[in-house]
Write a protein that binds this ligand. Structure first.
Ligand code: NAG
Length: 448
């Protein structure tokens, strides 16, 4: 090594890989290293199934009924992509889509009083839904029409609502919507994790509902996409991209020292050699003294031999349990994928439940989700600390990503990427400017 780089990146989680890809495309000289022998760090996809058993220290090997170990790619942190969301835009900007095949998730569901229902987000679905009574449906339909027509540049569409002043609580009141409708709108459509948004100006919520509806309109069954063979394909796609732009990826590189002089990063030492750099991007595990614990998340990976009840036998789906429905502060999420996305053996399903930990008994907290999944063939439980940087990099030029939260979509990860980008370059991440070419993510003649 002993070379000089613009940017050194440590860790191959998605945040690091996307930033590394964007910096390469922008013409920066990038060196990307990971201490592990595999891509993905904490958010790796584990294959074969034997490795998952080892990782969770389960005794023995998977039973024969699990099929071939190599048919499994189990995400440690599963997330879906919104079809019109920020990650898809980033994949299109960097053209990593050419290395990936996506398939739409078959359903999006929400929990109400012990049962699950399809999330209605179009007028037709609202009218057909058994989630609401007749009058509630009509009011919800009016609300959806209002949101769809809302244009922040055209006061005529606002019906007296001020996007920067009127709170979302007031908007719900204007349409006379009840608590259950507010719960699923805020949590299963607008994808908020808590109820704090209710007292904020309504524009962000309106835009989130539009994102959901427009993503749904794109492929029909749900607003979510997921790559064939699992999320592990994403970092690998970025590694290939980086190679095209002259970047260097190295796995299996122990990091001995992060060298800081006069409060500023100068380089990284690995296997006795120093690579110099002007900026460093890394996940918190590489530099614990510049990060702090901001919470905990519990995730339970469950292997099933059946689709989840009351999901019309979907081979993949998301279920959101709004916090209010189970007397909590944070939502509980379930992501389910299966052999249909080439991540499990034939006839097998992987459901991953996750939530932010609020008590000393996290397994009890997540039980309402596990109850929906029974019978569960095998469970893998993890409780992890969530880290956030204490050093924002202004002086040190060290930029640390946040741990992946409990949400089952990538919108918060993308917010972190945009935030780091802004701190690194001093300019906003401007999608419009970066979108050289807008393709359908499936490319030509792709599979849905
Ligand atoms: C499934 O649907 C049945 C019939 O509508 C209902 O009685 C039951 O409560 C539902 N269960 C769940 C978990 O949604």
């Amino acid at each position: 090594m002993n070379e000089e780089y613009d940017v050194i990146v440590l860790g191959t989680g998605l945040t690091e890989c996307i930033l590394s890809g964007i910096m390469s495309v922008k013409g920066k000289k990038v060196l990307h290293m990971d201490r592990n022998s595999y891509y993905g760090g904490d958010s790796a996809s584990i294959t074969p199934l034997e490795d998952l058993y080892k990782r969770f220290s389960l005794p023995g090997t998977p039973p024969e009924s699990m099929g071939k170990g190599r048919d499994w790619n189990v995400d440690l942190i599963p997330k879906f992509l919104m079809a019109n969301g920020q990650l898809v835009r980033m994949l299109l900007i960097t053209q990593v889509t050419r290395y990936l095949d996506f398939k739409v998730i078959e359903g999006s569901f929400v929990y109400k009083k012990g049962s699950i229902y399809k999330v209605p987000s179009t007028e037709t679905e609202a009218l057909a839904s058994s989630l609401m009574g007749l009058f509630e449906k009509r009011r919800f339909r009016k609300f959806l029409v209002f949101v769809a027509n809302f244009d922040e540049n055209d006061p005529k569409t606002m019906e007296g609502v001020d996007p920067k002043k009127t709170t979302m609580r007031e908007v719900y009141k204007k349409f006379d919507l009840g608590q259950d409708v507010i719960d699923f709108t805020g949590h299963a459509i607008a994808l908020y994790r808590t109820d704090d948004y209710l007292d904020q100006p309504c524009l962000d919520t309106i835009n989130r509902i539009k994102l959901y509806s427009e993503s749904l309109a794109r492929y029909g069954k749900s607003p979510y996409l997921y790559p064939l063979y699992g999320l592990g394909e994403l970092p690998q796609g970025f590694a290939r991209l980086s190679a095209i732009y002259g970047g260097t990826y190295m796995l299996n590189k122990p990091i001995e020292e992060i060298i800081v002089e006069n409060g500023k990063i100068v380089g990284v030492k690995s296997e006795g050699e120093i690579a110099r750099c002007k900026q460093l991007i890394c996940d918190p595990s590489y530099i614990m003294d510049r990060a702090k614990v901001v919470g905990k998340v519990i995730r339970v990976i469950c292997i099933l031999s059946h689709p989840i009840k009351n999901t019309s036998d979907s081979n993949s789906c998301q279920i959101i349990i709004p916090q209010n429905q189970v007397n909590r502060k944070h939502d509980i999420y379930v992501c389910m994928i299966s052999y249909a996305h080439n991540v499990a053996a034939q006839g097998k399903y992987i459901a991953i439940a996750s939530t932010t930990v609020e008590t000393n008994d996290p397994e009890k907290e997540i039980k309402p989700a596990l109850d929906l999944l029974e019978p569960i063939e095998q469970k893998f439980v993890s409780i992890s600390d969530l880290y956030a940087p204490t050093d924002l990099g202004t002086d040190s030029q060290i930029f640390i990503s946040r741990s992946y939260d409990a949400t089952t979509h990538f919108e918060t990860t993308c917010d972190d990427i945009k935030d780091i980008y802004k701190r690194m370059t001093g300019t906003d991440f401007d999608f419009a400017e970066m979108e050289r070419k807008k393709n359908d993510i499936f490319g030509d003649g792709g599979d849905q």
